[in-house]
Ligand binder design. Structure first.
Ligand SMILES: N[C@@H](CCC(=O)N[C@@H](CS)C(=O)NCC(=O)O)C(=O)O
Length: 334
């Protein structure tokens, strides 16, 4: 495994705007953050508290209410927008070619259970009279305190391999896009690691930095998984070939820089590598060289995280619960 200690400068707060935009002052950042917060509030459920007479009051959840004038969007039926079918179809090619790697988390196992087995506040897919209980090994895996930083671009098959592993391990990652001719993060990689080669990973938790997709994948598996790497990620040349073929449907996308204005904070995105819809969004983020906090939101995994998270998001938009900050951006603040 090739690894190296990155220069100390790397382990300050992740660098977002080295060249094009002056970093905002702490006060300006705080103001911008306060202004950008969407306060979506829901009434706490007080039934349980009212029924309880003997035990001390449990800690109350914070009270949330929607900002004035907030209108929850109307839920829409699933549909692919006119004109987008080709793009989605092209991005979907990866699913069979990569045998669904990046769609399910480590050790995913679904089972049909009676609805009473699923806590009422937890989302579960319904199948007739049954609910789908989803379990995985992620709950037993160590989580990085600070987001892992990965320098890469969408159209690179070696980067795709690493993104699949990130999804399998349900990791929060701060992606620094490095499209061809990108003026900001490509030179940064050269400065940090000594060569312009992608993917390049920096783990600020362990002070490990490395090139080479296979090394990064094994490092992530050992550090934040159970040491195992999915079969589709350890077939050597075949892995690289299928990862390349998986991109044929979106050839030329997510590779080249388009002039852009970088925001003062990374964009937050809930996505996963196996989703063709997420792919289209990521292509644009990469072309615009926009750093993004990526919270893996895979199809699958139990209770508190993963699958339910996607549904929580839509529930948040119907003002039932608060829009959370991603773990990634929260970690950046601390
Ligand atoms: N063996 C390396 C190969 C990485 C590689 O060749 N990456 C290409 C992009 S797909 C690269 O860095 N090309 C140089 C460039 O884009 O400037 C790995 O597995 O990570």
């Amino acid at each position: 495994m090739q690894s190296m200690a990155p220069p100390a400068a790397l382990h300050r707060a992740p660098l977002l705007l080295p060249c094009r935009v002056a970093a905002p002052s702490a006060a300006a950042t705080a103001r911008a953050r306060a202004a950008s917060l969407v306060a979506v509030r829901a009434q706490p459920d007080t039934t349980a508290a009212a029924a309880s007479t003997s035990s001390p009051d449990p800690p109350q959840p914070p009270e949330f209410k929607p900002p004035p004038g907030f209108k929850p969007p109307e839920p829409k039926k699933f549909a692919v927008r006119e004109g987008q079918q080709g793009g989605v179809l092209g991005a979907s090619l990866a699913i069979p070619l990569r045998l669904g790697t990046g769609v399910f988390v480590l050790g995913y196992s679904p089972s049909l259970v009676s609805p009473s087995e699923i806590p009422s506040d937890q989302y579960a897919l319904e199948l007739g009279a049954w609910k789908v209980k989803e379990e995985s090994k992620i709950g037993q895996c160590k989580r990085p305190e600070k987001p892992i930083e990965i320098y890469e671009f969408e159209g690179c098959p070696f980067c795709r391999k690493v993104r699949e592993m990130v999804s399998v391990l349900d990791l929060d990652v701060l992606f620094y896009p490095c499209p061809q001719k990108g003026p900001t993060f490509r030179p940064k990689v050269l400065e940090m690691g000594g060569k312009k080669q992608f993917p390049y990973m920096v783990d600020p938790n362990t002070r490990v930095a490395m090139y080479e997709s296979d090394d990064i994948i094994q490092y992530l598996a050992d550090t934040y998984g159970d040491g195992t790497v999915p079969i589709m990620l350890k077939l050597g040349l075949l892995t690289a070939i299928t990862a390349g073929l998986a991109m044929l449907g979106r050839i030329g996308k997510g590779n080249s820089y388009t002039a852009s204005k970088v925001p003062p904070q990374p964009i937050e995105i809930w996505a996963y590598e196996g989703s063709p819809f997420c792919k289209l969004v990521r292509e644009t983020l990469v072309e615009l060289e926009l750093p993004h906090c990526y919270t893996a939101a895979l199809v699958a995994a139990p209770g508190a995280r993963n699958f339910s998270r996607k549904w929580e998001l839509s529930r948040r938009l119907t003002s039932k619960i608060q829009i959370p900050e991603s773990r990634c951006s929260k970690a950046l603040k601390s």
